[in-house]
Design a protein around this ligand. Structure first.
Ligand code: ATP
Ligand code: MG
Length: 451
């Protein structure tokens, strides 16, 4: 992409309404624009990151054997009356009437809708296990929408639902989700710690929240610092093997890590003092096992091996996709701007032409651009006729992991400058070597055609 042809409305001023870094930076970098309280338009740069996160979520869900689909945002109130949640949900639910005076709602979550699909089409235990998921916009009329996309009213969520014959099978589904979530967040360059949580209005027995540690997080968390040493990494796992999934869950939940809702001060006190941490975290996902809570009242049964109908055991599992954009920025920025992890960056590298219009500099930039594209990478080429300082400030603000700076003086010596956004370190090297470096930096990342 050439910046002269892109739509990147960066702001010079720091927006007064933004209280936290990620919100400020998303506005300043032209990623989002507020449409109304807690509702945002995703401008091209923000949309690109959102799509990258969606892709990672899809890939990891499919890898775990979960099946993608899409349910609507608007739902009929009737289904929610069946489960008993229409009245329980309260003011967070946006209730709408259609022209026939029917009660509708903008879905805050989808347990009812998916259970309705299940009961219409699945009749036998032989069709289990089954996990369906989608990535779809949700609406919750939050009392205090704030912090930009972190606590929006409209937000994008991956929500998945497992259907199993027995509790044991459903717990395998639970564990499988936990493993897939660990992989998902790590690919996004994040450490999200599973913490035992409280089940809240969804109700249920087992639940973990995934929290990214950040001072601006809304949740108070208590944990044993030893947990932060754990990484899932690139280990191979057979998702169909309950023992393997359980072993990962046990490993990642063996250390004390809880939100304030489930915190146990006496238990916490037994951890060696130098490892006890009280901090704040951003909830980026949650997994639930809730048994037959919806399948019983809604009649989602299958015929068991003995021919008798049994209600299925279910769980639901959410990832806050749009919130993650903010969470990643909270975890990775400095006073100049965002620092994207390589797995989610909107463009792989910036090319800065120090002297636009200089035939040599222009040609070198074009050649680097073409070489990066040939590798499957997406460069953002700042080809505007602007001062170098302004170009650098924009690149630092939007946070691409790498910058290649091209100018007549360097070219005389056959070199360009390659700069790492994270370390700030620069190196002079021939253009082909700079391209090669980027090829290596992105080896192992999934590259896909641009939107
Ligand atoms: P919270 O406690 O932050 O209100 P929740 O526990 O009600 O969230 P879940 O029902 O678990 O949310 O939804 C799954 C995920 O969706 C959450 O882990 C979070 O990342 C995201 N999410 C929930 N509410 C919002 C919101 N208002 N704006 C953005 N993302 C949200
Ligand atoms: Mg939650």
């Amino acid at each position: 992409m050439r910046l002269s042809r892109y739509f990147l409305p960066v702001l010079k001023e720091t927006p007064a309404e933004a209280q936290i870094a990620s919100h400020r930076l998303m506005l300043r970098a032209g990623m989002i624009k507020q449409a109304s309280a807690g509702i945002y338009s995703w401008l091209p740069l923000g949309f690109k990151v959102l799509r990258k996160l969606e892709n990672i979520v899809h890939e990891e869900q499919v890898r775990a054997g979960h099946i993608p689909m899409l349910m609507p945002t608007l739902q009929s109130a009737d289904l929610w009356r069946e489960s008993g949640r229409y009245d329980d949900y309260g003011a967070e639910m946006l209730r709408i009437k259609d022209r026939q005076d029917r009660d509708m709602l903008y879905g805050p979550t989808n347990e009812e809708l998916i259970t309705d699909i299940f009961r219409a089409h699945v009749g036998s235990y032989k069709d289990l296990p089954l996990t369906l998921y989608h990535i779809q916009w949700k609406f919750r009329d939050e009392m205090r929408p704030r912090f930009g996309v972190m606590r929006g009213r409209e937000f994008l969520m991956k929500d998945g639902y497992n259907f199993d014959l027995t509790k044991e099978d459903a717990l395998h589904s639970y564990n499988r989700h936990l493993v897939s979530y660990l992989r998902t967040y790590e690919r996004m360059g994040l450490q999200a710690i599973p913490m035992r949580a409280d089940s809240g209005p969804i109700g249920g027995d087992d639940t973990h929240e995934f929290l990214v540690l950040a001072d601006t997080g809304e949740s108070e968390v208590f944990y044993d610092s030893a947990i932060t040493d754990l990484r899932f990494g690139d280990r191979a796992i057979d998702y169909d093997d309950p023992a393997q999934c359980r072993a990962v869950l046990e490993e990642f939940t063996s250390r004390y890590a809880r939100t304030d809702e489930t915190h146990d001060a006496a238990f916490f006190a037994q951890i060696p003092e130098d490892r006890r941490r009280v901090a704040r975290g951003i909830e980026v996902g949650q997994i639930f096992y809730f048994g037959t809570k919806y399948s019983e009242p809604m009649g989602a049964t299958v015929q068991g091996p003995d021919g008798k109908p049994v209600p299925v055991h279910m769980g639901s599992h959410g990832i806050g996709v749009s919130r993650l954009v903010g969470a990643i920025i909270e975890a990775s920025h400095d006073d100049k701007g965002i620092i994207w992890p390589e797995g989610v960056t909107p463009f792989h590298a910036g090319i800065v032409n120090l002297k636009q219009g200089d035939p040599q500099a222009d040609a070198a930039c074009e050649a680097i651009y073409a070489a990066l594209v040939a590798l499957g990478l997406e460069p953002l080429y700042d080809d505007r006729d602007e001062r170098a300082g302004g170009k650098f400030a924009t690149m630092d603000l939007i946070g691409l992991p790498w910058r290649i700076t091209v100018g007549p003086r360097g070219l005389k010596n056959g070199v360009v400058e390659l700069t790492s956004r994270r370390s700030g370190e620069s190196e002079e090297l021939p253009p082909e070597q700079a391209v090669e470096r980027l090829a290596r930096a992105y080896a192992g990342h999934v590259l896909r055609p641009s939107l």
